[in-house]
Design a protein around this ligand. Structure first.
Ligand SMILES: NC(=O)C1=CN([C@@H]2O[C@H](COP(=O)(O)OP(=O)(O)OC[C@H]3O[C@@H](n4cnc5c(N)ncnc54)[C@H](OP(=O)(O)O)[C@@H]3O)[C@@H](O)[C@H]2O)C=CC1
Ligand SMILES: CC(=O)N[C@@H](CCC(=O)OP(=O)(O)O)C(=O)O
Length: 344
């Protein structure tokens, strides 16, 4: 099977290469660029010496049309124009950007401040939160891979909202991310001397993942809600930890909350329900496709504390994208993704 990666030089692209390299069904991986055509990949990324010594190729629809799968890992606003001519002409498309996640074009315009993709194509796209949308992903021609924060948040809160154990009207989400979440383009906020030894909040009440989380809560848990969601930058490279707070419905117990998570994910290899809070943390999932979830009822306030942890570049991006490819091919979800977290 022939696979192409557009945006291969970015962090999401590099993680796609790392996992697809070991995927038994992938015969060839070809890498595309908008800015460095002809550059030998391993001359730019030394860790791929003797693994990817091929030149980066120019992005051309005619060339891309011959692939079985195309992964696009580009900034928002790129695939809204690039992908429409490729839909339904051959390759299955998996887009890691936010361009096809939001079903309402005016919502995309408002939060991303960019022109939306054509509505007819957005309509065809399938939201790739694997554990919650497997049946639709199977037959999708275009998968909109979820955002990194939404993955950590949704996998932890959706079961509890769906089973009406918590009240999503008062859901408050406090999320933290490592710096690789911002991609490889240098900026003032990610500059080492300004980010190191610093812990900051950003995009207060205006993060573009707010409408994505609300849309998914409506889609999978049948609840309309307006969430409070804020994001923080932590001086580390990888990882997201999202802590959500919500009142529980009257009479709900800690056991019911935990049983709900355990029951929801009993047949899902990548979501682990953690019982002992001392074993939850970004280094327990680092480099892997796991999402660890945790819930505990505060009996004093009758509010639940709900935690979701992922590696933003794996379950939050490349790993989930490959998990979706496996679903589309009706292969075991963990094929090519079965790695132990780095931990130390
Ligand atoms: N980093 C993360 O944790 C996550 C990122 N995402 C999303 O995935 C996408 C990729 O993220 P990430 O890898 O971090 O980003 P990076 O900034 O690290 O990489 C993006 C890559 O896109 C390519 N690119 C830039 N402009 C264009 C263009 N006009 N046409 C085609 N390619 C272009 C560049 O490669 P070249 O110059 O070679 O073309 C660049 O290396 C983004 O939409 C991001 O929001 C989603 C989940 C998690
Ligand atoms: C740390 C950091 O800056 N993270 C980025 C992640 C964004 C992202 O991946 O954006 P889309 O998925 O919506 O394209 C942010 O908060 O904007």
């Amino acid at each position: 099977m022939k696979v192409g990666i557009i945006g291969a030089t970015g962090y999401g692209g590099l993680e796609l290469i790392r996992f697809l390299h070991n995927h038994p069904e992938v015969g060839g991986i070809e890498l595309f660029t908008s800015s460095e055509e002809g550059t030998i990949f391993s001359s730019k990324f030394g860790h791929l010496l003797s693994i990817h010594d091929t030149p980066l190729q120019k992005i051309e629809v005619e060339t891309l049309a011959s692939f079985d799968f195309l992964f696009t890992s580009t900034p928002s606003g790129v695939t809204s124009e690039l992908l429409p001519p490729l839909v339904d002409i051959g390759p299955k498309l998996i887009d890691l950007s936010g361009d096809y996640r939001l079903k309402d074009s005016s919502t995309y315009e408002k939060w991303y401040k960019k022109a939306p993709a054509p509505q007819s194509i957005v309509k065809k796209s399938v939201y790739g939160l694997t554990e919650w949308n497997e049946e639709n992903i199977k037959s999708a021609s275009l998968v909109a891979n979820p955002g990194c924060y939404p993955t950590a948040v949704l996998l932890s809160v959706l079961p509890l909202i769906k089973e009406r154990l918590i009240d999503p009207r008062y859901l408050v989400i406090d999320a933290k991310s490592g710096v690789s979440g911002a991609g490889n383009k240098p900026s003032q906020t990610t500059h080492y001397s300004e980010m190191n030894e610093n812990f900051s909040i950003y995009k207060v009440n205006e993060h573009q993942h707010i409408p994505e989380i609300e849309q998914a809560i409506a889609m999978f848990a049948d609840s309309e809600t307006a969430i409070t969601f804020n994001t923080h930058l932590v001086p580390m490279t990888r990882g997201i930890l999202a802590t959500s707070y919500s009142p529980v419905q009257p009479g709900v117990t800690n056991k019911q909350l935990n049983d709900c998570l355990l029951d929801t994910y009993k047949n899902h290899p990548f979501v682990r329900v953690v019982q002992d809070v001392s074993t939850i943390g970004t280094n327990r999932v680092k480099g892997s496709n796991y999402c660890d979830v945790f819930v505990q009822l505060d009996e004093r306030t009758n509010r639940a504390t709900i935690v979701g942890v992922i590696d933003n570049l794996v379950k939050g991006a490349a790993g989930q994208a490959i998990q979706n490819m496996n679903v589309q091919l009706e292969l075991p979800q963990s094929l090519g993704l079965d790695v132990i977290p780095l931990f130390i």
